[in-house]
Write a protein that binds this ligand. Structure first.
Ligand SMILES: Nc1ncnc2c1ncn2[C@@H]1O[C@H](COP(=O)(O)OP(=O)(O)O)[C@@H](O)[C@H]1O
Ligand SMILES: [Mg+2]
Length: 424
């Protein structure tokens, strides 16, 4: 495994501040900086335009459009025959021997629209389950799919790993928040537990409260969220066989109780969501790995796109970047300028002196490696963070060591480190 790591390009990550990229690949354009805050034109615009919106939800929806998912382009018709076919097809789904349990007759009354994404509108909902359990507004949401696709076409977008596992047991892990799929007035919707909101919403709020000066969070919160995501993604990848294809802060929901913001709550939890329709998603903007952008540029058909687990890791690196800086990746760049990003270009980063922040920058560097095999897996990320004896090593060396996986070598190295640190 050590071999794989040695093919990697090494330190490719550029830290820049206060200047736009020249568009040259970054290899020779290191700009050291000592600044420790970041700001965003998008956040500035949110601050200046708040009064033009009648509600916080409307403001958030408008400013979330820039990071809505890109979808496959199929579209259907909303005629009476499609609606009837949908109802009939729903019965077929319910009787599926392997994952029919996912589809349920749930009595739903839609309340206010609380959010929207590229694929769906999210409504607060009153819910009554078939076993008699009843909930008022505030406990569940319905994710109502946009578009007029026949249900049969939607079904092709749902990962079987989700349908099967929610049917068997959705009491734990990242599947916990999905209660099932149901028909609401001939439209299909997912019924889900209502959470505080998404991580991007919290970042935007914190940046506005900080008067558009990052970083938005204390390092403990950053680490906690990274850990929750890595845990969920390890399960999605390794237990349920689901590649997410659209990881970004707006697809991480936060669970928090009480009046304060979630990052002030020591019991906050972050959950990876929005993989329900992942098969039909082509990811979002610059959260996508270079190998995905390359396929799009080569006009590979959406259904033939090769999305690997390593592409999810790249997107995770971009979430860490959002957490650390408050900015979205390559903010302000014209997305059509794909070519800029097939090389080693990386988003602007701000270095500061705090070693715990530098450690996260190290992790981001590894996740954003151009070569997919050089990126860590989610389970490696979790394991490596537990490798206590190697605190003094940078993340890339830890990864190499972990992959080498030789206990004897580790013991040797431990001795070497002690010697170097003057302990022997
Ligand atoms: N269970 C939930 N509780 C609270 N807000 C939610 C919930 N599910 C989704 N949202 C909000 O709705 C947005 C869009 O939902 P999402 O499932 O990501 O749809 P899309 O597939 O259209 O992106 C999320 O970014 C989040 O702000
Ligand atoms: Mg989403």
């Amino acid at each position: 495994m050590g071999q794989v790591v040695s093919q990697c390009t090494g330190p490719i990550f550029e830290c820049r501040t206060g200047r736009e990229s020249s568009g040259n690949h970054a290899a020779n354009s290191r700009v050291p900086t000592s600044s420790s805050s970041s700001s965003s034109k998008r956040i500035q615009s949110m601050i200046e335009n708040r009064s033009n919106f009648s509600s916080e939800a409307e403001l958030n929806i408008e400013f979330s459009k820039i990071h809505w998912s890109e979808l496959s382009t199929d579209s259907g018709t909303d005629d009476a025959s499609t609606r009837l076919a949908n109802r009939e097809y729903f019965q077929v789904l319910k009787n599926h021997p392997e994952w029919g349990g996912f589809f349920k007759d749930i009595n739903v009354v839609l309340g206010e629209k609380i959010s929207e994404g590229g694929q769906a509108e999210i409504y607060d909902a009153k819910v009554e389950f078939a076993d008699g359990r009843k909930f008022g507004y505030g406990y569940h949401v319905v994710k109502l799919m946009k578009g007029n696709n026949p249900l049969q076409a939607f079904q092709r977008q749902w990962p079987v790993g989700m349908l099967r596992n929610v049917s068997i047991d959705n009491s734990k892990g990242p599947l916990m928040y999905i209660k099932g799929g149901t028909m609401i007035d001939n439209r299909f919707g997912f019924v889900m537990v209502r959470q505080w909101g998404d991580l991007r919403k919290l970042i935007d709020l914190k940046m506005q409260l900080n008067n558009n000066r990052g970083p938005p969070f204390k390092i403990e919160f950053v680490m906690k969220v990274m850990n929750c995501i890595a845990n969920d993604m390890t399960k999605l990848h390794n237990e349920y066989g689901i590649v997410h294809r659209d990881l970004k802060a707006s697809n991480i929901l936060l669970w928090s109780v009480g009046d304060g913001l979630p990052d002030e709550n020591p019991h906050v939890k972050a959950t990876v969501v929005d993989y329900e329709c992942s098969v039909g998603v082509v990811g979002t903007g610059f959260w996508r790995a270079p190998e995905i952008l390359q396929q799009l540029k080569d006009r590979v058909k959406n259904s033939d796109l090769e999305f690997t687990k390593m592409a999810d890791i790249y997107s995770f690196g971009m979430i860490c970047y959002e957490l650390l800086t408050g900015c979205i990746p390559f903010e302000g760049y014209d997305f059509q300028a794909h070519d800029l990003f097939f090389g080693q270009e990386r988003p602007n980063m701000l270095e500061d002196d705090a070693s715990d922040r530098l450690y996260i920058i190290e992790i981001i560097k590894c996740c954003l490696e151009h070569e997919p095999l050089c990126r860590p897996t989610f389970s490696e990320l979790l394991d490596i963070s537990r490798l206590e004896p190697f605190q003094t090593m940078d993340f890339a060396s830890k990864l190499e060591l972990h992959r080498y996986g030789n206990k004897f070598y580790r013991v040797e190295l431990q001795g070497h480190l002690k010697e170097r640190n003057g302990q022997e």
